[in-house]
Design a protein around this ligand. Structure first.
Ligand SMILES: O=C(CO)[C@H](O)[C@H](O)COP(=O)(O)O
Length: 232
């Protein structure tokens, strides 16, 4: 089974948790897109859902495939969000934001009663951090914010480079008009401490550590999909 087939397996298993009439948060990334494709097939057969997309990219795909959308202001309380992740551990701590949608993804997940993460097994790690942590920062004061992030990293004994994410035509810009600094820490032994410290930096708009948010993970491997339940 190749990586795409594993993503489809995880997305199929997630679809089984979706009931007609649900208000759904819809994630961003290649795994979430497999979910959107499957969801669109059900919608075409008469399944009723209303989706809130976590990015412009996801919104475009939903519109193209006929998945009905609302804004989060129209549907501020959601039943379930289905989203991918760049890394997760068995405690269902996540790193997200590889696709640059972390701010809207976190806002939508926080507005949802439940969050199901879908991923292929390559995303499951012992300790978070091999994937560079995306940190969304305000354009104003970028240098000062970088210095503040470096100070936090040093205080927590984290080493590794910070790099400003680039796109083809300059700095990568999020849907919210912010930049992303990717922090290659290698290992993040205390994700809670790092999250708290980053939250206290004014120029940090949001970061990609999603802690205590996912309620279930569906991990697909060659033998099929298995679930990990949050222990809370
Ligand atoms: O956080 C994300 C986007 O901001 C994605 O969920 C994450 O990058 C995983 O993407 P993919 O399913 O393509 O591996």
């Amino acid at each position: 089974m190749d990586a795409r087939e594993m993503k489809i397996k995880a997305a199929e298993a997630a679809l089984a948790h979706v009931e007609s009439g649900m208000r759904l948060g819809i994630g961003t990334g290649s795994t979430a897109e497999e979910f959107v494709r499957l969801l669109a097939e059900k919608v075409a057969q008469g399944f009723k859902v209303e989706g809130v997309p976590t990015s412009e990219r996801t919104a475009r795909l939903c519109v193209e495939l006929g998945v009905p959308l609302k804004s989060l202001d129209e549907l501020p309380q959601l039943d379930l969000t289905i989203d991918g992740a760049d890394e997760l551990d068995v405690a269902l701590r996540l790193i997200k934001g590889g696709g640059g949608a972390l701010l809207r993804e976190k806002i939508v997940a926080a507005a949802s009663e439940r969050m199901i993460v879908i991923a292929d097994e390559s995303k499951l790690v012992q300790t978070l951090g091999a994937f560079a942590l995306p940190i969304e920062v305000n354009q104003f004061g970028l240098v000062a914010t970088r210095i503040a992030i470096e100070k936090v990293a040093s205080k927590l004994g984290l080493t590794g480079a910070l790099s400003l994410r680039k796109s083809e035509d300059g700095n990568f810009m999020t849907d919210g008009g912010h930049y992303i600094v990717d922090a290659s820490f290698g290992r993040i032994p205390d994700a809670e401490a790092l999250s708290n410290e980053l939250n206290a930096i004014p120029g940090v708009v949001e970061h990609g550590l999603f802690l205590n948010m996912a309620t279930l993970a569906i991990i697909a491997g060659p033998a099929g999909a298995r679930t990990l339940q949050a222990n809370r």
